[in-house]
Ligand binder design. Sequence first.
Ligand code: MSP
Length: 508
Amino acid sequence: MKTFYITTAIDYTNAAPHIGHAYEKILADVLARYHRLKGEPTYFLTGVDQHGQKVQQAAQKAGIDPEPFVIETTKKFVDLWQKLELSYDEWAETTDPAHKKVVQEILQRLYDKGEIYKATYRGFYSVRQEQFLTEKERDENGNFGPEWGEVVELEEENWYFKLGIYRDWLLKFLDANPQCVIPGFRHTELRNAAEKLSGDLSISRPKSRLAWGIELPFDTNCVTYVWFDALVNYISFAGYGADEEKFRRLWPALHVIGKDIIIPAHGIYWLIMLKALGFEDADMPTFLVHGYVMVDGEKMSKSIGNIRDPHTFADKFGVEALRYFLMRDCAVGQDMDFTDARLVQRYNSDLANSLGNLLNRSLNMSKRYRESRLTKPAEGGVLAEAIASSVADYTSTLDRHLVNQALEAAWNLATRANAYVEETAPWKLAKDPEAAAHLDAVLYNLADSLRVLAILISPVLPRAAEGIFAQLGLTGELRLSDAVWGLLPDGHVLGQPEVLFPRIETEA
Ligand code: MSP
């Protein structure tokens, strides 16, 4: 069986992670957990981008050398990812000597192939984006917009990678593989950008300007451009050039990235780098491009002062509330708006009321009427149908990485089960000795639906899923193949009901 190999963008270690970074990492974590739940071999790689001008400048500002600086900032990422329960299998740090070795080998190979050459460039350079600018980047007033930050004019000898010779291949590849960029409108954008591709890519920076990077193997006065270093993490940590058996097992990957780095970095540079290294079209990665987490309708930025720290929300509302909100409220591929009020509203309505209430009332009724012992009916009726249809929607959406829709499918089951309680009114059945078998069936179906719900929510809410299993008196591994009606054995005894999601009370 093919390994589900998933990566995220590796985050710059020039500052602490914010909820935008957290969104992406949780999205990838949920997909990795889902594929494990399906029983597929899964490999989840994430990490940090420790080189480059941004990092060097941030270290300078902090008054320390880049090395201790990245050690310190990297720790902030690792601590947060542990707190958010990211289940990555390997951690990529670009200062890792094994990674550096692969980057240098790749540079040397492309140099030996004659695809890297030296030229003098005179022009404008964006310090923030770490790239040279051309006329294309000027806005309608002839200026370089604020997205480029500080723009300086320089003349520099640099090494160039022959990107342009691959333009026709890239266009053909994109046309033949419309599914390689998700969602489709990002594929169209990339196709348009590839059409305009002209010129080559400067892949070196003189050490006089940037010392914090990987040295070019054929010119010790230069380090490599940060993207040429960072993108390689996807293959270097997966064994490329070192452990070919591992690499063959894992590759190609699904790259989860934000909308700002598909063009040109991933969609153009990375695909062409892989092609130049001899990767076949069938071995090109897929890009899942997500939108931005906005705050009160605006992009997070230091100057606006609206950067949201994930710790604040995890500490105040719980890690699972944060995971759930980010996954439920963001349509994959679109931007989302992050507000405290919305998080609390989602938590209270979906977790505390809908699911939490279903769990609590179901277990309490079983306890009250049957001392928590279940009697299995011959068939599941409407809830068995609801399980089957929710599970089908859940898998078909998650197979397409649509986490928010999959959660909707799971909650359809919770809503249906809550309605079933109202329809069957177990408190009335309990008063009627002739309805004993009906009451048994209702209590069983509710408990069995909760068992399935625990399985379905587990990629997003692993702790809550464990909690539900424990309250149902179940142990053992959660598996998607068990998400069918009727696996609770006749005579099964449920555990003690406890409030899983206490309501968040707000002052308002
Ligand atoms: N280091 C590069 C990526 C190299 S990948 C080989 C980089 N780092 S970053 O820290 O700026 O961004 C890391 C990821 O976080 C990117 O995918 C980016 O799109 C994502 N996000 C940054 N801000 C974001 C939001 N506000 N919302 C959602 N994701 C955003 O780019």
